[in-house]
Design a protein around this ligand. Sequence first.
Ligand SMILES: [Zn+2]
Length: 367
Amino acid sequence: MATLMRAARLHEAGKPMRIDQIEVPEPRPDDVLVRVEACGVIPNMNAIFSGALWNHLPPLPASVGLDASGVVVALGARARGAKVGDRVYVNPFLSCRTCHYCVAGKPMLCSEWALQGYFGYVPASQRLLADYPYGGFAEYITAAPERLVKLPDSVTHEQAARFGYLGTSFSGLRAGRVGVGSWVIINGITGTLGVGATLLALGMGATRIMGFGRNVDVLARLRALAPDRISTLVLGDADIPEWVRARTEGVGADMLLDCSGRAASAEHTLAAIDGLKHGGVAVNIGALTEKLQLSPFQFMNRCTEFRGSNWFTTQEGQIMAEMAGAGIIDLGAWETRAFPLDQVQQALDLVKTRPGGFTNIVVRPQL
Ligand SMILES: [Zn+2]
């Protein structure tokens, strides 16, 4: 095997990456080496790499790239649970194993969590990023076997490279107890999180899916997925709670999945919460930062909930892979735009244009 590999590395926050030749990593004894076939590019990536947000970038220069899918090519001496040749998605979520939450068996709540190839939650997350210093915009990365989602043959690497945002939507829908017969509101349905959430909610048995967004073409494509189950509203065209109640026997929806992004307005989120039925759950997965003027009195009277959900477990990733393999979710709805590694900046520029959630932008390091 080659001893050198190409990796897109961030040398300075907010500046274009450089393609560097670095050594192919040796997996640590408990880890595996994965040959990256595809790595996803997501809307928030440029903002994260700008270094201007709250997140803590790995020490620079850093090999970056969040959602890698590929093939296991080598195992450390003590690595278990994977074998050479496995087709896998690498869940980049890193937890410390020793904090209050990890010891309690809740690693998704880890106080030092980090995302491999992306950022850490707090400064102390750097030690986790140092254990796995390779991102998916590289020919090879290392990973722990317990973070590998085994892919059915029918799931392509390009589709699996979208699992990060798909999994975030899946975990959010599960937090909202979506199941057979659920009535679900998706705020921000036209984006990467929203389109994935729609495919999943259909597969999870939701019978009424009500989404809001601005991109009229994407809204029409969403309705076409299941015209009897999906209705869409162009934001501003109607009063949201009234529009929802008109589609839910006058009572409202069971669940709101709020995919509003960091810079979105809280106004639509508040209106959508008003469209919940008694006992309904609102779950935010889009990182909306504007403060909400909530009425605790209304939450008490209606027994409603508002909560957040961050990323997803590897087990949830495996369930999604199985759902895709069994044809319960249709990942073929995405259109992939693939870029070779030396065009990673073009891929990051394309995602800035917000092409909509049906577009799946990936970097293919082996091209
Ligand atoms: Zn922890």
